[in-house]
Design a protein around this ligand. Structure first.
Ligand SMILES: *[C@@H]1O[C@H](CO)[C@@H](O)[C@H](O)[C@H]1NC(C)=O
Ligand SMILES: *[C@@H]1O[C@H](CO)[C@@H](O)[C@H](O)[C@H]1NC(C)=O
Ligand SMILES: *[C@@H]1O[C@H](CO)[C@@H](O)[C@H](O)[C@H]1NC(C)=O
Ligand SMILES: *[C@@H]1O[C@H](CO)[C@@H](O)[C@H](O)[C@H]1NC(C)=O
Ligand SMILES: *[C@@H]1O[C@H](CO)[C@@H](O)[C@H](O)[C@H]1NC(C)=O
Ligand SMILES: *[C@@H]1O[C@H](CO)[C@@H](O)[C@H](O)[C@H]1NC(C)=O
Ligand SMILES: *[C@@H]1O[C@H](CO)[C@@H](O)[C@H](O)[C@H]1NC(C)=O
Ligand SMILES: *[C@@H]1O[C@H](CO)[C@@H](O)[C@H](O)[C@H]1NC(C)=O
Length: 900
């Protein structure tokens, strides 16, 4: 190894980060050599991987050791002097520094770099010093010395198009003459050309051919001063130039522009002067990009390199990436396409193919990506002027910035009550660093969980979830619901260079107003279904919160409120259409803020009237919420004497008999109707404020009707409720109708010629104005009243008389019979039941259709007059009879067993 004493250079730390293509940091040399210091013992430099690649030596510094640091390279010559590699020195002396998107640094030197130690033009040794510092001014830098030797076998002419320079080396035809041979021989001719004096073998003059007849001549020092690298080695001459030197000429070859330099080097070797024609040409616009392809076109037969040649033989190409050869199989599997013809080699690389890499960037505050790949192409050809030429192009390709505005996906499902926002896709180098929600900076993953969704192609999305009711979500109330707006700004950083960008999204979701209703009755409770309810919302009835243990049940889509109908919170209200039952509901959010208030109208067959078969009527009146200061004690029936039997602050209860309190009764079609009304007069104005019709509507099975209503001039409306009237058909033990067969006696056994004494009674009723009549009676052998055979007993209200007469019996009041009109009696002879010519023997059942009429005014109802001739006369007096099918019921006896 060379001695470790090196030169330290004073540098200014202006780092040029060429935005897109060039990521390496180059220190600009502003001042010259200052002090000479000795480097410390070289620390462990194993992380720097060096290798021989083609005619280059490469040093690889992995990103993890250099990102965020300042790195500088110096070449060390055989005397131990260090030369800081600046951009200008790099292109003049054959060095290339590149840093990829991830921060990895590659440092390459040409085998013919200015400070290479060349042994016999077959072995090349390069010593570099790499300094890495955390600070831009390189203070406290760690220095590493690397020495690498590479063998190389040169072709007669080798042209290298590096990314930052063009280099050509040509084998000289004249072999080196050993120094000792002519040690003391004076070079007599040298006085003629004084510039050619120095050294045994040297170049003293260069002639650049600018055009066919324009040339520029320079002394060697002059050419070197303006950036050319020109030298000789034992067996070769060397010309190196940056791409844009003033003597370079742009020339189109096969549609591609080449930067070309043609120079004639004048060199002397002892007493010979040689003129060597050197030409180099490297393409500058050979790569075109589309969104999905990179196309690299390298023409064959590059004319500037074939001056004087007439025949070129078939060439041989080698393609690779990162200076590694690739086999045809690898090329194929990576989907590169190489078309090699006699005119050109065309390489197409799909954007994204293996071998290159994607990288995120920010340009004009916008996110986008590039794809980079570093391929090379070698073309070996033979021509009659130059022999074998090896032409190598090393490329660094980066696709133009491709804007990729992040896609914001709204995956919000309203019923979950969570905003679900996906932003992406991003390359793995993008990091979500901060989050602003509703204008407030948030700590990621503390207040709001962020998850990362990875895609197979390595990209990923970020998924943010924000609850609808988050305080930073803005809410706007509309008649049909709540509009929630999530304003979010995502702040991103790109690894490793901390480029930043933001992306904002406004996500709107709408929570429709809860659907309420229907409100109805279930048993003794009012129930209402509420849909569209957010899970964090609470339901209140008045100020009382309902919970699952207290009045709520829920299925997947609805919450059911269940409140006892008698509950204080259930209100009655009088509206234009009449009287409604209402349920006041409030929906609050989890913070207790009221979101909605509803007063539900319930479609409820709430029946404040109870009608009993004995004619007792009960009415419950609830306070009407829109009559101010309603005093429940002041309610009365039609008869002002009939006050509530009890009342509370919000209800009053009446119990009265059908024949009291001015209750009216009327018959209508098949109904018997009792009617009364509940009145409420204003305590102060005496004005009638409220009327409720109380109607008991009895069909024979009993129907009870109620109605009530309120307006300025109250006109009651009607609703219907149902009760039933009970009838019984009994069998008396004899014609006195004092004792009857009981449950246990059935089937009653009777012998032919025995008489059967029946009594039909309207049970329970205490209304003396009602009268029961028999329409039709008949007997069957089964309990099914419609079965056959059937024997008529009473026909059209009159006694059937074949073969034996049925007889009516008059009913008079006694200790058992309070209202004789509620009874009818008749006698049947068992001989009546003939089966052909034989009397029937066995079980027999009796059935009667009855009608109920107004005893005092039969003509008020056509049914009671239009049936049969035996109503009322015969049925009342006994022994006579006729009827329609209204206010009727059928009464069936238990089985009677007939024996002979
Ligand atoms: C030319 O090469 C010699 C030998 O390698 C070297 O000593 C000399 O510095 C080089 N000159 C230039 C200008 O690179
Ligand atoms: C240089 O190469 C020649 C021919 O290959 C060989 O004879 C000679 O010994 C080599 N010299 C050195 C110093 O390696
Ligand atoms: C790469 O390919 C070239 C040309 O085919 C060949 O000369 C060279 O030896 C190869 N290099 C490696 C490392 O295989
Ligand atoms: C390669 O490119 C050539 C010329 O563009 C085309 O004809 C050929 O189909 C391509 N091959 C593949 C495998 O894409
Ligand atoms: C958010 O959306 C993503 C993508 O549709 C889905 O996989 C995820 O389950 C959703 N999360 C929630 C909480 O809805
Ligand atoms: C949030 O991140 C963005 C992008 O990285 C950045 O520009 C912004 O300054 C950050 N905001 C805060 C408050 O840190
Ligand atoms: C987000 O998704 C929800 C639910 O699909 C939808 O109601 C809302 O309109 C969407 N908002 C935006 C801004 O796309
Ligand atoms: C939930 O209950 C509501 C109201 O009773 C009903 O309309 C709805 O169909 C029920 N939904 C389910 C999923 O059972």
């Amino acid at each position: 190894m060379v001695k470790v004493c090196t030169v330290r250079l004073l540098l200014a730390g202006e780092s040029l980060a060429d935005k897109m293509a060039v990521f390496f940091r180059v220190m600009v040399l502003v001042a010259a050599l200052s002090t000479e210091v000795c480097a410390q013992q070289s620390p462990n430099s194993d992380f720097i991987v060096s290798s021989c690649r083609k005619s280059l030596i490469q040093f690889h510094l992995p990103a993890q050791d250099v990102v965020g640091k300042s790195v500088q390279f110096s070449a060390i010559d055989k005397y131990g002097r260090a030369f800081l590699i600046t951009r200008a020195l790099a292109s003049q002396c054959g060095y290339t520094i590149s840093q990829d998107g991830w921060g990895n640094i590659d440092f390459r030197t040409s085998l013919f770099s200015c400070y290479t130690e060349i042994r016999n033009d077959t072995h090349y040794e390069v010593t570099v010093k790499i300094e890495i510092a955390s600070k831009p001014d390189m203070s406290g830098a760690e220095g590493y010395i690397k020495v690498v030797s590479c063998p190389y076998v040169w072709h007669p002419r080798e042209i290298l198009c590096e990314t930052n320079y063009m280099e050509v080396s040509v084998r000289r035809k004249i072999p080196v003459i050993s120094e000792g041979v002519f040690r003391d021989e004076p070079e007599d001719w040298s006085s003629a050309i004084p510039q050619a004096v120095s050294g045994l073998m040297s170049i003293w003059q260069v002639v650049f051919h600018l055009t066919a007849n324009q040339k520029t001549t320079m002394m060697i020092d002059g050419a070197q001063n303006i950036g050319y690298g020109i030298n000789t080695t034992e067996s070769r001459t060397l010309l190196r130039s940056p791409y844009n030197s003033s003597e370079s000429v742009f020339q189109k070859v096969g549609g591609v522009t080449f930067s070309t330099i043609r120079a004639t080097l004048f060199y002397k070797q002892r007493w010979f002067i040689f003129l060597v024609d050197n030409a180099v040409a490297c393409p500058v616009d050979d790569v075109t990009y589309t969104r999905s392809w990179i196309t690299w076109t390298i023409p064959k037969n590059i004319s500037p390199l074939l001056i004087g040649a007439k025949i070129t033989q078939s060439s041989q190409i080698q393609f690779g990436v990162n200076l590694w050869n690739l086999t045809d199989g690898e090329i194929h599997s990576r989907r590169y396409n190489i078309t090699d013809s006699s005119k050109a080699t065309v390489v197409t690389i799909p954007v994204g193919a293996e071998g290159g890499y994607y990288k995120s960037h920010v340009v004009n505050k916008e996110y986008g990506i590039t794809y980079s790949i570093n391929p090379f192409l070698e073309n070996l050809w033979v021509d009659d002027a130059w022999g074998i030429t090896k032409y190598t192009i090393v490329k660094q390709m980066t696709t133009p910035f491709d804007r990729r505005p992040p896609i914001i996906t709204n995956d919000t499902i309203p019923v979950t009550s969570i905003f679900n926002v996906t932003i992406g896709p991003f390359l793995p180098d993008v990091q979500l660093v901060n989050l602003t929600i509703g204008g407030v900076q948030q700590t990621i993953n503390v207040s709001y969980p962020i998850s990362t969704k990875h895609h197979p192609n390595m990209s990923s999305d970020f998924v943010l979830k924000v609850p609808f009711l988050d305080p930073h979500v803005s809410k706007e109330f509309f008649p049909d619901g709540i509009r929630l707006t999530l304003n979010v700004v995502f702040g991103f950083k790109i690894h490793p260079y901390d480029e930043t960008f933001t992306s904002s999204a406004t996500i709107v979701s709408f929570i429709p107003q809860p659907t309420v209703g229907p409100c109805g009755m279930n048993g003794l409770s009012l129930t209402a279904a509420i849909g569209n309810l957010s899970p964090d919302w609470n339901i209140y009835i008045e100020e009382q919160q309902l919970t699952l243990s207290n009045g709520l049940t829920a299925n997947k889509t609805h919450t059911m409120v269940q409140v006892p109908a008698s509950s204080e919170q259930i209100m009655h209200e009088v509206v234009s259409g009449g009287h409604v039952v209402t349920m006041p509901l409030t929906i609050k959010d989890q913070n207790g803020a009221t979101l909605y208030k509803f007063v539900l109208s319930c479609d409820v067959p709430i029946n404040p009237v109870a009608c009993f078969p004995n004619g007792t009527i009960e009415v419950t009146v609830k306070k009407v919420s829109n009559i101010p200061d309603m005093d429940m004690s002041l309610l009365t029936l039609r008869d002002p004497q009939c006050a509530p039997d009890y009342f509370s602050n919000n209800m009053a209860h009446f119990t009265f008999a059908a024949n009291s309190c001015k209750t009216t009764r009327q018959f209508e079609q098949d109904m018997m109707i009792y009617e009364n009304e509940v009145y409420y007069y204003s305590r102060t104005s005496g004005k009638l404020l409220y009327v409720m019709n109380v109607t008991c509507d009895y069909t024979i099975n009993g129907t009870l009707v109620l109605s009530y209503g309120y307006d300025d001039n109250p006109t009651p409306s009607a609703q219907t409720a149902i009760a039933s009237i009970d009838l019984t058909l009994r069998l008396s033990k004899d014609s006195t109708y004092t004792t009857f067969y009981g449950e246990v006696d059935y089937p009653v056994v009777k012998y032919l010629r025995d008489s059967l004494y029946f009594e039909v009674e309207l049970l329970y009723s205490s209304d003396p104005r009602l009268e029961l009549f028999l329409d039709t009676c008949w007997a069957t052998t089964t309990s099914d009243m419609s079965s056959l055979p059937a024997w008529p007993i009473i026909d059209n209200s009159c006694e059937h008389n074949e073969p034996y007469q049925t007889n009516f019996y008059k009913v008079t009041a006694d200790s058992r019979v309070q209202f004789p009109s509620h009874f009818k009696r008749f006698e049947v002879k068992t001989f009546t039941f003939m089966n052909g010519n034989q009397p029937y023997m066995g079980e027999i059942y009796f059935h009667c259709n009855v009608i109920i009429c107004d005893a005092s005014n039969l003509s008020s109802d056509s049914v009671c007059t239009g049936i049969g001739s035996c109503i009322p006369t015969k049925q009342r007096s006994g022994r006579s009879i006729k009827p329609s099918d209204a206010h009727r019921s059928v009464s069936t006896s238990r089985a009677v067993f007939l024996l002979t």
